[in-house]
Write a protein that binds this ligand. Structure first.
Ligand SMILES: *Cc1c(COP(=O)(O)O)cnc(C)c1O
Length: 483
Protein backbone atom coordinates (compact mmCIF):
# COMPACT_ATOMS: atom_id res chain seq x y z
CA UNK A 1 0.00 0.00 0.00
CA UNK A 2 1.43 3.37 -0.98
CA UNK A 3 2.03 5.70 1.92
CA UNK A 4 -0.21 8.71 2.08
CA UNK A 5 2.53 10.91 3.50
CA UNK A 6 5.27 10.46 0.94
CA UNK A 7 4.20 11.16 -2.58
CA UNK A 8 7.27 9.42 -4.00
CA UNK A 9 6.95 6.19 -2.03
CA UNK A 10 6.55 2.72 -3.55
CA UNK A 11 6.59 -0.18 -1.07
CA UNK A 12 9.63 -2.37 -1.49
CA UNK A 13 11.54 0.01 -3.75
CA UNK A 14 15.15 0.48 -2.74
CA UNK A 15 17.99 2.85 -3.44
CA UNK A 16 20.72 0.77 -1.78
CA UNK A 17 22.02 -2.75 -1.22
CA UNK A 18 23.78 -3.73 1.97
CA UNK A 19 26.34 -6.54 2.22
CA UNK A 20 25.15 -9.70 3.98
CA UNK A 21 25.35 -9.46 7.75
CA UNK A 22 28.43 -11.37 8.92
CA UNK A 23 28.45 -10.11 12.52
CA UNK A 24 26.91 -12.30 15.10
CA UNK A 25 25.50 -9.84 17.63
CA UNK A 26 22.12 -9.84 19.22
CA UNK A 27 20.68 -6.35 18.95
CA UNK A 28 18.91 -6.66 22.30
CA UNK A 29 22.32 -6.95 23.94
CA UNK A 30 23.50 -3.62 22.55
CA UNK A 31 20.35 -1.54 22.92
CA UNK A 32 18.21 -1.80 26.04
CA UNK A 33 14.73 -2.93 25.18
CA UNK A 34 13.09 0.29 26.35
CA UNK A 35 15.08 2.26 23.76
CA UNK A 36 14.71 -0.03 20.80
CA UNK A 37 12.23 0.78 18.08
CA UNK A 38 9.00 -1.17 18.25
CA UNK A 39 7.88 -0.61 14.70
CA UNK A 40 9.52 0.14 11.37
CA UNK A 41 10.48 3.76 10.76
CA UNK A 42 8.25 5.33 8.23
CA UNK A 43 10.67 6.43 5.56
CA UNK A 44 9.94 6.84 1.87
CA UNK A 45 10.94 3.79 -0.16
CA UNK A 46 12.52 5.16 -3.30
CA UNK A 47 15.20 4.38 -5.86
CA UNK A 48 18.47 6.25 -6.25
CA UNK A 49 17.12 7.97 -9.36
CA UNK A 50 13.97 9.05 -7.47
CA UNK A 51 16.19 10.65 -4.83
CA UNK A 52 18.35 12.43 -7.42
CA UNK A 53 15.32 13.82 -9.25
CA UNK A 54 13.66 14.88 -6.02
CA UNK A 55 16.61 16.91 -4.76
CA UNK A 56 17.43 18.40 -8.13
CA UNK A 57 13.82 19.49 -8.47
CA UNK A 58 13.89 21.07 -5.01
CA UNK A 59 17.11 22.91 -5.85
CA UNK A 60 15.52 24.31 -8.99
CA UNK A 61 12.61 25.76 -7.04
CA UNK A 62 15.04 28.14 -5.39
CA UNK A 63 16.57 31.13 -7.05
CA UNK A 64 20.36 31.44 -7.05
CA UNK A 65 22.95 33.51 -8.88
CA UNK A 66 23.86 30.54 -11.11
CA UNK A 67 20.22 30.41 -12.23
CA UNK A 68 19.56 34.05 -12.92
CA UNK A 69 20.06 37.74 -12.22
CA UNK A 70 19.94 38.65 -8.53
CA UNK A 71 19.72 42.45 -8.12
CA UNK A 72 19.12 42.36 -4.35
CA UNK A 73 20.27 45.83 -3.30
CA UNK A 74 22.87 46.15 -0.53
CA UNK A 75 23.57 42.42 -0.63
CA UNK A 76 26.07 42.38 -3.53
CA UNK A 77 24.94 39.08 -5.02
CA UNK A 78 27.87 38.76 -7.39
CA UNK A 79 29.00 35.53 -9.00
CA UNK A 80 31.37 33.61 -6.74
CA UNK A 81 34.16 32.14 -8.89
CA UNK A 82 34.24 28.36 -8.60
CA UNK A 83 37.98 28.26 -8.14
CA UNK A 84 37.34 29.62 -4.62
CA UNK A 85 35.29 26.51 -3.90
CA UNK A 86 37.76 24.10 -5.46
CA UNK A 87 40.67 25.47 -3.45
CA UNK A 88 38.70 25.80 -0.22
CA UNK A 89 37.84 22.09 -0.49
CA UNK A 90 41.48 21.10 -0.70
CA UNK A 91 42.46 18.53 1.95
CA UNK A 92 45.32 20.76 3.06
CA UNK A 93 42.68 23.07 4.52
CA UNK A 94 39.89 20.65 5.30
CA UNK A 95 41.96 18.26 7.38
CA UNK A 96 43.32 20.97 9.67
CA UNK A 97 42.40 20.96 13.32
CA UNK A 98 41.94 24.31 15.07
CA UNK A 99 44.03 23.11 18.03
CA UNK A 100 46.98 22.24 15.78
CA UNK A 101 50.17 24.03 16.78
CA UNK A 102 51.97 26.77 14.90
CA UNK A 103 54.65 24.34 13.76
CA UNK A 104 52.30 22.54 11.39
CA UNK A 105 50.08 25.46 10.37
CA UNK A 106 52.55 27.96 8.95
CA UNK A 107 50.77 27.95 5.59
CA UNK A 108 47.34 28.88 6.90
CA UNK A 109 48.80 31.42 9.30
CA UNK A 110 50.56 32.99 6.31
CA UNK A 111 47.24 33.18 4.44
CA UNK A 112 45.54 34.81 7.44
CA UNK A 113 48.43 37.24 7.88
CA UNK A 114 48.35 38.23 4.23
CA UNK A 115 44.59 38.63 4.25
CA UNK A 116 44.82 40.88 7.33
CA UNK A 117 47.42 42.96 5.50
CA UNK A 118 45.61 43.02 2.17
CA UNK A 119 42.37 44.19 3.75
CA UNK A 120 44.28 46.84 5.69
CA UNK A 121 45.99 48.01 2.50
CA UNK A 122 42.77 48.08 0.45
CA UNK A 123 40.97 50.17 3.07
CA UNK A 124 43.77 52.33 4.50
CA UNK A 125 43.65 50.96 8.04
CA UNK A 126 46.51 49.93 10.24
CA UNK A 127 45.37 46.55 11.61
CA UNK A 128 42.64 44.06 10.72
CA UNK A 129 41.09 41.20 12.73
CA UNK A 130 39.48 38.30 10.88
CA UNK A 131 37.39 37.09 13.82
CA UNK A 132 33.89 38.57 13.36
CA UNK A 133 31.69 36.33 11.23
CA UNK A 134 29.13 38.77 9.80
CA UNK A 135 28.81 42.45 9.00
CA UNK A 136 26.58 42.89 12.04
CA UNK A 137 29.14 41.03 14.17
CA UNK A 138 31.82 43.41 12.85
CA UNK A 139 29.64 46.37 13.83
CA UNK A 140 29.19 44.95 17.31
CA UNK A 141 32.94 44.35 17.66
CA UNK A 142 33.73 47.84 16.34
CA UNK A 143 31.34 49.40 18.84
CA UNK A 144 32.94 47.41 21.68
CA UNK A 145 36.25 48.87 20.54
CA UNK A 146 34.74 52.36 20.76
CA UNK A 147 33.64 51.56 24.28
CA UNK A 148 37.06 50.21 25.21
CA UNK A 149 38.69 53.35 23.77
CA UNK A 150 36.49 55.73 25.74
CA UNK A 151 36.85 53.70 28.96
CA UNK A 152 40.63 53.63 28.45
CA UNK A 153 40.63 57.43 28.20
CA UNK A 154 38.44 57.84 31.25
CA UNK A 155 35.44 58.92 29.17
CA UNK A 156 32.97 56.26 30.22
CA UNK A 157 30.18 58.85 30.14
CA UNK A 158 30.24 58.81 26.35
CA UNK A 159 27.11 56.79 25.63
CA UNK A 160 25.62 58.02 22.36
CA UNK A 161 26.16 56.84 18.81
CA UNK A 162 24.82 59.01 16.01
CA UNK A 163 23.63 57.51 12.73
CA UNK A 164 21.67 58.80 9.74
CA UNK A 165 18.08 57.78 9.00
CA UNK A 166 19.31 55.92 5.92
CA UNK A 167 21.26 53.42 8.08
CA UNK A 168 20.83 49.68 7.75
CA UNK A 169 18.81 48.10 10.58
CA UNK A 170 21.82 46.24 11.94
CA UNK A 171 23.49 49.58 12.85
CA UNK A 172 21.03 50.68 15.56
CA UNK A 173 20.66 47.05 16.70
CA UNK A 174 24.43 46.74 17.21
CA UNK A 175 24.52 50.11 18.99
CA UNK A 176 21.94 48.95 21.52
CA UNK A 177 23.60 45.53 21.97
CA UNK A 178 26.92 47.22 22.69
CA UNK A 179 25.26 49.26 25.43
CA UNK A 180 25.02 52.65 23.68
CA UNK A 181 22.06 54.86 22.87
CA UNK A 182 21.02 55.55 19.28
CA UNK A 183 20.75 59.15 18.09
CA UNK A 184 19.20 59.32 14.62
CA UNK A 185 19.81 62.30 12.36
CA UNK A 186 18.20 63.29 9.09
CA UNK A 187 19.43 63.01 5.52
CA UNK A 188 19.23 66.19 3.43
CA UNK A 189 17.33 66.60 0.15
CA UNK A 190 20.35 65.23 -1.75
CA UNK A 191 20.16 61.99 0.24
CA UNK A 192 23.36 62.75 2.18
CA UNK A 193 24.05 63.45 5.87
CA UNK A 194 22.41 66.72 6.95
CA UNK A 195 25.38 68.50 8.49
CA UNK A 196 23.28 71.02 10.40
CA UNK A 197 21.23 68.27 11.99
CA UNK A 198 24.45 66.47 12.83
CA UNK A 199 25.91 69.55 14.55
CA UNK A 200 22.71 69.94 16.53
CA UNK A 201 23.06 66.43 17.94
CA UNK A 202 26.78 66.28 18.73
CA UNK A 203 27.84 66.87 22.32
CA UNK A 204 30.32 65.63 24.94
CA UNK A 205 28.35 62.38 25.27
CA UNK A 206 28.86 61.51 21.62
CA UNK A 207 30.85 58.26 21.50
CA UNK A 208 30.87 57.93 17.74
CA UNK A 209 29.19 58.15 14.38
CA UNK A 210 28.29 55.30 12.03
CA UNK A 211 28.06 55.82 8.30
CA UNK A 212 27.72 53.60 5.26
CA UNK A 213 29.62 54.96 2.26
CA UNK A 214 28.32 54.86 -0.39
CA UNK A 215 25.17 55.08 1.66
CA UNK A 216 22.10 52.87 1.33
CA UNK A 217 20.66 55.18 -1.34
CA UNK A 218 23.69 54.22 -3.43
CA UNK A 219 25.09 57.75 -3.09
CA UNK A 220 28.64 58.68 -2.20
CA UNK A 221 28.77 60.68 1.04
CA UNK A 222 30.94 63.60 -0.03
CA UNK A 223 31.19 65.33 3.35
CA UNK A 224 33.06 62.68 5.30
CA UNK A 225 36.00 64.96 6.08
CA UNK A 226 33.72 67.62 7.51
CA UNK A 227 31.70 65.03 9.44
CA UNK A 228 34.85 63.49 10.87
CA UNK A 229 36.13 66.92 12.02
CA UNK A 230 32.88 67.47 13.87
CA UNK A 231 32.92 64.02 15.48
CA UNK A 232 36.64 64.09 16.30
CA UNK A 233 36.30 67.55 17.86
CA UNK A 234 34.41 65.88 20.74
CA UNK A 235 36.75 62.85 20.70
CA UNK A 236 34.11 60.65 19.07
CA UNK A 237 35.10 57.86 16.69
CA UNK A 238 34.05 57.43 13.07
CA UNK A 239 32.72 53.99 12.11
CA UNK A 240 32.34 52.98 8.50
CA UNK A 241 29.82 50.30 7.62
CA UNK A 242 31.67 48.68 4.73
CA UNK A 243 28.76 46.71 3.28
CA UNK A 244 28.90 48.87 0.15
CA UNK A 245 32.66 48.63 -0.29
CA UNK A 246 32.09 47.04 -3.70
CA UNK A 247 31.60 50.55 -5.12
CA UNK A 248 34.96 52.05 -4.14
CA UNK A 249 37.62 49.30 -4.19
CA UNK A 250 40.96 50.67 -5.31
CA UNK A 251 39.44 54.13 -5.77
CA UNK A 252 39.28 55.58 -2.26
CA UNK A 253 40.38 54.29 1.13
CA UNK A 254 38.01 54.81 4.07
CA UNK A 255 40.97 54.93 6.48
CA UNK A 256 42.26 58.00 4.65
CA UNK A 257 38.82 59.64 4.54
CA UNK A 258 38.53 60.13 8.28
CA UNK A 259 37.12 56.81 9.45
CA UNK A 260 38.69 55.11 12.48
CA UNK A 261 37.02 51.68 12.35
CA UNK A 262 35.40 49.77 9.50
CA UNK A 263 33.93 46.35 8.86
CA UNK A 264 34.18 44.47 5.59
CA UNK A 265 31.46 42.07 4.45
CA UNK A 266 33.70 39.50 2.81
CA UNK A 267 30.59 37.59 1.74
CA UNK A 268 29.42 40.63 -0.22
CA UNK A 269 32.45 42.44 -1.62
CA UNK A 270 34.93 39.60 -1.78
CA UNK A 271 32.85 36.91 -3.46
CA UNK A 272 32.15 34.29 -0.85
CA UNK A 273 28.76 32.59 -0.99
CA UNK A 274 26.00 34.06 1.14
CA UNK A 275 22.29 34.08 1.63
CA UNK A 276 20.25 31.81 3.84
CA UNK A 277 22.00 33.10 6.91
CA UNK A 278 25.66 32.32 6.43
CA UNK A 279 28.38 31.46 6.99
CA UNK A 280 29.78 34.93 6.44
CA UNK A 281 32.75 36.96 7.53
CA UNK A 282 32.90 40.53 8.81
CA UNK A 283 36.52 41.43 9.65
CA UNK A 284 37.20 44.91 10.99
CA UNK A 285 40.03 47.31 10.36
CA UNK A 286 41.13 50.02 12.80
CA UNK A 287 43.54 52.93 12.98
CA UNK A 288 46.86 52.39 14.71
CA UNK A 289 46.07 53.46 18.27
CA UNK A 290 42.93 51.29 18.39
CA UNK A 291 44.78 48.09 17.43
CA UNK A 292 45.49 47.24 21.08
CA UNK A 293 41.75 46.75 21.67
CA UNK A 294 41.27 44.24 18.84
CA UNK A 295 40.13 40.70 19.66
CA UNK A 296 42.95 38.25 20.37
CA UNK A 297 44.79 36.58 18.82
CA UNK A 298 46.10 38.40 15.76
CA UNK A 299 48.37 36.59 13.33
CA UNK A 300 51.84 38.11 13.23
CA UNK A 301 55.25 37.30 11.78
CA UNK A 302 58.70 37.29 13.35
CA UNK A 303 61.95 35.99 11.86
CA UNK A 304 60.11 34.37 8.94
CA UNK A 305 57.79 32.49 11.32
CA UNK A 306 54.07 33.18 11.64
CA UNK A 307 52.52 33.05 15.09
CA UNK A 308 49.33 33.79 17.01
CA UNK A 309 49.92 37.01 18.86
CA UNK A 310 48.25 37.42 22.24
CA UNK A 311 50.64 40.15 23.36
CA UNK A 312 48.03 42.91 23.29
CA UNK A 313 45.65 41.02 25.58
CA UNK A 314 45.92 43.59 28.41
CA UNK A 315 43.64 45.89 26.49
CA UNK A 316 42.14 43.41 24.02
CA UNK A 317 38.44 42.68 23.94
CA UNK A 318 39.36 39.00 24.14
CA UNK A 319 37.57 36.73 21.73
CA UNK A 320 34.44 37.55 19.75
CA UNK A 321 34.29 34.12 18.10
CA UNK A 322 35.69 30.66 18.64
CA UNK A 323 39.12 30.00 17.15
CA UNK A 324 39.93 32.31 14.24
CA UNK A 325 36.61 33.29 12.67
CA UNK A 326 35.21 31.54 9.62
CA UNK A 327 38.51 30.45 8.12
CA UNK A 328 37.02 28.78 5.04
CA UNK A 329 35.15 31.97 4.16
CA UNK A 330 38.23 34.12 4.73
CA UNK A 331 40.19 31.74 2.51
CA UNK A 332 37.77 32.28 -0.38
CA UNK A 333 38.11 36.05 -0.01
CA UNK A 334 41.89 35.69 0.03
CA UNK A 335 41.83 33.74 -3.25
CA UNK A 336 39.51 36.34 -4.79
CA UNK A 337 41.80 39.23 -3.81
CA UNK A 338 44.94 37.44 -5.06
CA UNK A 339 43.29 36.51 -8.37
CA UNK A 340 42.20 40.08 -9.10
CA UNK A 341 45.12 42.07 -7.76
CA UNK A 342 45.13 45.84 -7.39
CA UNK A 343 43.96 46.67 -10.90
CA UNK A 344 41.35 43.94 -10.96
CA UNK A 345 39.75 45.13 -7.73
CA UNK A 346 39.47 48.65 -9.08
CA UNK A 347 37.82 47.33 -12.23
CA UNK A 348 35.31 45.43 -10.11
CA UNK A 349 34.10 48.71 -8.62
CA UNK A 350 34.21 50.64 -11.88
CA UNK A 351 32.07 48.03 -13.60
CA UNK A 352 29.68 47.70 -10.65
CA UNK A 353 29.13 51.47 -10.78
CA UNK A 354 28.71 51.61 -14.55
CA UNK A 355 26.20 48.74 -14.49
CA UNK A 356 24.05 50.43 -11.84
CA UNK A 357 24.08 53.77 -13.65
CA UNK A 358 23.15 52.05 -16.91
CA UNK A 359 20.01 50.53 -15.40
CA UNK A 360 19.12 53.70 -13.51
CA UNK A 361 19.31 55.82 -16.65
CA UNK A 362 17.28 53.38 -18.75
CA UNK A 363 14.52 53.12 -16.17
CA UNK A 364 14.15 56.77 -15.20
CA UNK A 365 11.20 57.39 -17.54
CA UNK A 366 9.31 54.38 -16.22
CA UNK A 367 9.86 54.57 -12.46
CA UNK A 368 10.26 57.43 -10.03
CA UNK A 369 13.94 57.67 -9.09
CA UNK A 370 14.16 60.21 -6.27
CA UNK A 371 17.88 61.00 -6.36
CA UNK A 372 18.56 60.69 -10.08
CA UNK A 373 20.15 64.15 -10.42
CA UNK A 374 23.46 62.67 -9.39
CA UNK A 375 25.26 59.58 -10.57
CA UNK A 376 24.66 56.60 -8.36
CA UNK A 377 27.43 54.31 -7.19
CA UNK A 378 27.02 50.51 -7.35
CA UNK A 379 23.27 50.58 -6.69
CA UNK A 380 20.31 52.94 -6.82
CA UNK A 381 16.93 53.26 -5.21
CA UNK A 382 13.81 53.56 -7.36
CA UNK A 383 10.32 54.11 -6.03
CA UNK A 384 6.99 52.54 -6.97
CA UNK A 385 5.18 55.80 -6.10
CA UNK A 386 4.01 56.49 -9.69
CA UNK A 387 2.52 53.00 -10.04
CA UNK A 388 0.89 53.25 -6.62
CA UNK A 389 -0.68 56.64 -7.26
CA UNK A 390 -1.91 55.92 -10.78
CA UNK A 391 -2.87 52.24 -10.66
CA UNK A 392 -2.93 51.21 -7.01
CA UNK A 393 0.00 48.85 -7.60
CA UNK A 394 2.38 48.49 -4.67
CA UNK A 395 6.10 47.88 -4.81
CA UNK A 396 5.42 44.46 -3.29
CA UNK A 397 3.29 43.60 -6.37
CA UNK A 398 6.05 44.76 -8.70
CA UNK A 399 8.60 42.69 -6.79
CA UNK A 400 6.38 39.61 -7.07
CA UNK A 401 5.97 40.15 -10.81
CA UNK A 402 9.76 40.39 -11.19
CA UNK A 403 9.91 36.78 -9.93
CA UNK A 404 7.71 35.72 -12.85
CA UNK A 405 10.29 37.15 -15.22
CA UNK A 406 12.94 34.80 -13.80
CA UNK A 407 14.82 37.22 -11.54
CA UNK A 408 15.31 37.60 -7.84
CA UNK A 409 13.48 40.71 -6.66
CA UNK A 410 15.39 43.84 -5.65
CA UNK A 411 15.47 44.78 -1.96
CA UNK A 412 12.13 46.47 -1.25
CA UNK A 413 10.90 48.98 1.35
CA UNK A 414 14.50 49.78 2.29
CA UNK A 415 15.97 52.32 2.87
CA UNK A 416 13.06 53.53 4.95
CA UNK A 417 13.37 57.14 3.77
CA UNK A 418 12.17 56.33 0.23
CA UNK A 419 8.49 55.41 -0.05
CA UNK A 420 7.74 52.23 -2.01
CA UNK A 421 11.52 51.72 -2.34
CA UNK A 422 13.14 49.26 -4.75
CA UNK A 423 16.87 49.03 -4.27
CA UNK A 424 18.60 47.65 -7.34
CA UNK A 425 22.20 46.40 -7.32
CA UNK A 426 23.36 44.59 -10.46
CA UNK A 427 27.03 44.01 -9.46
CA UNK A 428 29.93 43.92 -11.91
CA UNK A 429 29.55 40.28 -12.84
CA UNK A 430 26.51 40.74 -15.11
CA UNK A 431 26.80 41.19 -18.86
CA UNK A 432 25.18 43.99 -20.82
CA UNK A 433 22.75 41.45 -22.34
CA UNK A 434 21.53 40.46 -18.88
CA UNK A 435 21.15 44.11 -17.87
CA UNK A 436 19.19 44.83 -21.07
CA UNK A 437 16.89 41.84 -20.50
CA UNK A 438 16.23 43.02 -16.97
CA UNK A 439 15.60 46.59 -18.11
CA UNK A 440 13.14 45.34 -20.74
CA UNK A 441 11.34 43.23 -18.14
CA UNK A 442 11.05 46.25 -15.82
CA UNK A 443 9.63 48.33 -18.68
CA UNK A 444 7.19 45.53 -19.52
CA UNK A 445 6.09 45.47 -15.88
CA UNK A 446 5.55 49.24 -15.92
CA UNK A 447 3.27 48.74 -18.94
CA UNK A 448 1.45 45.85 -17.27
CA UNK A 449 0.67 48.14 -14.32
CA UNK A 450 -1.20 50.34 -16.74
CA UNK A 451 -2.83 47.70 -18.92
CA UNK A 452 -3.41 44.74 -16.65
CA UNK A 453 -3.09 45.67 -12.97
CA UNK A 454 -4.74 42.42 -11.86
CA UNK A 455 -1.84 40.50 -13.29
CA UNK A 456 0.44 42.28 -10.82
CA UNK A 457 -1.90 41.92 -7.89
CA UNK A 458 -1.97 38.15 -8.43
CA UNK A 459 1.72 37.72 -9.17
CA UNK A 460 3.76 35.59 -8.99
CA UNK A 461 2.08 33.21 -11.41
CA UNK A 462 5.03 31.06 -12.50
CA UNK A 463 6.81 30.24 -9.24
CA UNK A 464 6.50 26.90 -7.36
CA UNK A 465 4.99 28.76 -4.40
CA UNK A 466 2.58 31.62 -5.10
CA UNK A 467 2.15 34.62 -2.86
CA UNK A 468 2.48 33.59 0.77
CA UNK A 469 0.67 35.15 3.69
CA UNK A 470 3.67 36.62 5.55
CA UNK A 471 1.63 37.74 8.53
CA UNK A 472 0.06 34.32 9.03
CA UNK A 473 3.46 32.66 8.63
CA UNK A 474 4.92 34.83 11.38
CA UNK A 475 1.95 34.44 13.74
CA UNK A 476 1.59 30.68 13.29
CA UNK A 477 5.10 29.64 12.56
CA UNK A 478 5.33 25.91 12.00
CA UNK A 479 8.57 24.53 10.66
CA UNK A 480 8.06 20.98 11.92
CA UNK A 481 7.67 18.05 9.55
CA UNK A 482 4.77 16.03 10.83
CA UNK A 483 3.83 12.53 9.79
C1 LIG B 1 24.41 43.59 4.73
C2 LIG B 1 24.53 44.86 5.46
C3 LIG B 1 24.89 44.89 6.82
C4 LIG B 1 24.99 43.66 7.69
O1 LIG B 1 25.84 42.68 7.22
P1 LIG B 1 25.61 41.14 7.55
O2 LIG B 1 26.83 40.49 7.05
O3 LIG B 1 24.37 40.73 6.84
O4 LIG B 1 25.45 41.01 9.04
C5 LIG B 1 25.09 46.12 7.40
N1 LIG B 1 24.93 47.27 6.70
C6 LIG B 1 24.57 47.27 5.40
C7 LIG B 1 24.43 48.57 4.68
C8 LIG B 1 24.35 46.06 4.74
O5 LIG B 1 23.98 46.06 3.46
Amino acid sequence: MASTIFEKHTPGRKGYTLPANDVDIKLEKCIPNEFSRKEETRLPEVSELDVMRHFLELSQMNHCIEKGFYPLGSCTMKYNPKINETLARNDAFNNLHPFQGEGTTQGVLEIMHELQNDLAEISGFSKVTLQPVAGAHGEFTGLLIMKAYHDYNGNSHKNKIILPDSAHGTNPASVVLAGFEVVEIKSNDKGLVDIEDLRAHVDENTAGFMLTNPNTLGLFETQVEEISEIIHSVDGLMYMDGANFNAILGIVKPGEMGFDIMHYNLHKTFATPHGGGGPGSGPIGVRDDLAKFLPAPMVDKKDDKYFLDYSHTDNSLGKVHSFFGNFAVNLRAYIYIKMLGTKGLRRVSENAVINANYIQKKLEKFYDIPYKDQYCMHEFVASGDWQKEKYGIKTLDIAKRILDKGYHAPTIYFPLIVSEAMMIEPTETESMETLDDFINSMIEIAKECEENPDLLKNAPLNTPVRRVDDTLAVRQLNVKFEL
